[in-house]
Design a binder for this molecule. Structure first.
Ligand code: CA
Length: 711
């Protein structure tokens, strides 16, 4: 495809949010008898629970393997919809619900919480933390939330604007609330908290926006902060950092602290009770471009690392860094799964991770020792790992040493993102929801940090992109996705299912020998865990990103999954957002059991119609400037080349581009701030904002011409 300039405008957030009511919390339900009290022992034994789903990743082992056996390979063909509930937000839905005592608790876009009767779908209570709309521009990847933690009689979750909130599980009433970040900076929370020994631990995001990453632990009863663990060093002269950060500072150069450094812990954490170690996955550098962030190079600890921490004190224990000198947005925040594997005749306590960089890692979780790494998709940035666990890099991948655009596989979207993996220990397989998607990187000349923008140091507006060497199974192919059944001992795939689109759903494995996954194409599918045979599917009418759960109630096994389009892949990549992933955007909880036969309402196709832009405006120069600015401020939400992915407004079709005044009201004055589309006059002049309109109209004319020519 012709290189289309990437962009960013924020307009979209606005219109998309039109349908979303910021509704008030429902009145508390009548007092119910006190339910199950979650203790440390409950959490340590969560993996064997048949009727509950107690933590985000099901248990501290984080295998997402349900012991439920009623639904089998033989009878899964009879699986049907038992109930569904439509949600009041139409942004990305990424959450894994918790199921406790026959009740289901789920977080949705904009950090809202719903409690349902798990058997009937009746709404028991709901809570809206009223995240300010303008917070939406503080994160790259949609106003999502991935889930909650439960402890005692409370639920805990992070709100998008950085609060940690404890709710009464029976009523949904706030018990305490704590701001965990400097809300003047671009921090956000999208990940689920983790409970360890009476503390609730939460990280944050913002490494595209110049923040310094950390996690913090809070007392589950009072919300009092117990400790904070930074992942990257501050200014060595003034920051009074502990020893592990002083050591890390020696691996950085320049004045990184002025740029934040990054290293946010925005998703994966887990805990080994026997070793008393908390494992956290650390994100990419801020900015991405290492030549800007740390001009003389260095490993830049603890970016893109797994770090083991003592959960009572926040003391550093060990780390393993998979991508030293990170420069491609290669986070190591992806799912950290624990297992005991027999390797070379010895039973090893390992942790496993398939991070963005495309390699599957097996690490000794007692010591941090590297055991093995093998690429699970085609990669171009490295040829493998040496025996010390350092990557053997392809020097051409460091784009800041090159002229023009360098296309690297995998790219910033990751060979695997936040979508949870699952394991079937009997099969000895870890299932990976993988992406096949490269990315064009280019050194941004004259880069300077700016508020609100996508501060990557990658020039999104570079000229023509070279031919894209998209590769699948060693052969050229389109960008897409795959469900990969990976043998972590042999470090090889046993089977694989290919998808046309990237960003398919997270995974569930069951003792019934099944693997469940929703797809970007909008199907919910059951596969044979042993060989990948497709055994059942259901038309969900919209893309699925979230991971399913399984639970048993009154003798029946239920499978639940959240439907809903969004996240980075349905916002930023423009045309690629729609490749194999239709634009219909429905947010809904679906719950299945055997022999149920409820049906969904008729599917309504989302049609934008033919492009009918206003007359061309501007000059070659203003359109070029608009292209650059769109890339920096607009495209991460409204899509590459102004092509929307079905979640936020497609600006080529938007009525507001018709007049300079209408455009100014929203893009400059911020008329739709409540819905997430802020005004941009603090980073663009009025002339520049108008130049973005010239660019958007020009893009619409380009594509209208293609449509007219039958493309
Ligand atoms: Ca990132």
């Amino acid at each position: 495809m012709i290189k289309r300039t990437a962009i960013i405008l924020g307009l979209a957030a606005v219109l998309a949010a039109c349908s979303e009511s910021q509704q008030a919390a429902a009145p508390a339900a009548p007092a119910a008898p006190q339910g199950v009290v979650i203790t440390d022992a409950s959490l340590e034994n969560a993996a064997s629970e048949t009727s509950q789903w107690l933590t985000y990743n099901r248990s501290y082992m984080a295998q997402r393997f349900s012991p439920n056996t009623q639904i089998t390979k033989e009878n899964v063909a009879n699986l049907g919809l038992e109930w569904y509930a439509d949600l009041d937000t139409k942004r990305g839905q990424e959450a894994t619900p918790l199921v406790i005592d026959g009740k289901m608790y789920v977080t949705t876009a904009w950090s809202k919480v719903k409690a349902y009767d798990a058997k009937t779908g009746a709404l028991l209570w709901e809570f809206d933390p009223k995240v300010p709309g303008e917070a939406a521009v503080k994160a790259c990847c949609d106003v999502v939330n991935r889930g909650m933690a439960a402890y005692g009689d409370k639920l805990y979750f992070g709100s998008f604007d950085g609060r940690l909130i404890a709710l009464d599980r029976e009523t949904g009433k706030v018990i305490w609330e704590k701001v965990t970040v400097d809300q003047n900076q671009s921090y956000s929370i999208t990940g689920a908290p983790l409970i360890v020994n009476g503390k609730v631990i939460i990280g944050n995001g913002g490494a595209e926006y110049g923040v310094r990453g950390y996690i913090a632990a809070y007392d589950t009863e009072t919300g009092e902060e117990a400790w904070r663990f930074y992942t990257v060093p501050g200014n060595p002269e003034t920051s009074n950092d502990p020893a592990y950060l002083q050591k890390a500072a020696k691996t950085w150069t320049g004045e990184w602290w002025k740029l934040g450094g990054g290293g946010t812990v925005w998703d994966s954490m887990t805990y080994d009770p026997e070793l008393d170690l908390l494992y956290i996955g650390v994100g990419n550098g801020s900015p991405w471009n290492q030549k800007i962030r740390s001009p003389q190079g260095g490993d830049n600890l603890y970016l893109s690392s797994i770090v083991a921490v003592r959960p009572d004190t926040g003391e550093y224990v060990w780390h393993y860094q998979g991508t030293p000198g990170e420069t491609w947005d290669f986070t190591a925040t992806q799912h950290i799964m624990l297992a005991d594997l027999e390797i070379d005749g010895k039973l090893r306590k390992v942790l496993m991770q398939a991070p963005k960089n495309g390699f599957f890692f097996v690490i000794d979780r007692e010591t941090g020792e590297f055991i093995s790494a093998k690429n699970f998709v085609f990669v171009t940035w490295a040829t493998g790992y040496d025996e010390n666990g350092r990557p053997i890099e392809n020097p051409d991948a460091r784009y800041y040493n090159k002229d023009g655009v360098v296309f690297v596989l995998p790219g910033a979207g990751g060979a695997h993102s936040w979508q949870p993996m699952a394991m079937n220990p009997k099969e000895g397989l870890v299932y990976i929801p993988a992406n096949i998607a490269g990315f064009p990187y280019a050194d941004e000349k004259g880069w300077e940090a700016k508020p609100k923008g996508f501060n990557t140091g990658n020039d999104f507006s570079m000229g023509a992109m070279p031919p894209i060497p998209e590769v699948r199974n060693g052969a050229l192919a389109a960008t897409g996705g795959a469900l990969i059944a990976w043998d972590p001992i042999k470090q090889e795939a046993r089977w694989q299912v290919d998808y046309e689109a990237a960003s398919n759903g997270g995974l569930l494995a069951t003792a019934g020998g099944l693997v469940f996954q929703g797809t970007a194409a909008g199907e919910f599918v059951a596969y044979d865990a042993a060989n990948g045979e497709r055994l059942w599917s259901f038309d969900a009418q919209s893309s699925i990103l979230a991971a399913p759960v399984s639970f048993e109630m009154d003798g029946d096994q239920y499978i639940a999954v959240l439907v809903g389009r969004g996240g980075i892949f349905h916002l930023a990549p423009g045309l690629l957002s729609l490749d194999g992933a239709p634009p219909e955007n429905i947010s809904r909880m679906m719950v299945f059991k055997l022999n149920a036969d409820k049906t969904l309402p008729p599917k309504i196709a989302q049609q934008l119609g033919a492009l009918n832009p206003p007359a061309k405006v501007g000059t070659v120069e203003s359109i070029a400037e608009g292209s650059y600015l769109y890339g920096r401020y607009c495209g991460t939400c409204h899509g590459d080349a102004a092509i929307g992915g079905g979640v936020l407004p497609d600006l080529r079709h938007s009525a507001i581009n018709a007049t300079a005044d209408a455009w100014k009201t929203i893009v400059a004055d911020g008329a739709l701030t409540d819905r997430g589309m802020v005004g941009w006059t603090d980073v663009m002049t009025l002339e520049q904002i108008e130049a973005v309109r010239h660019y958007v109209i020009n893009r619409a004319h380009e594509d209208a011409a293609l449509e007219a020519a039958g493309h």
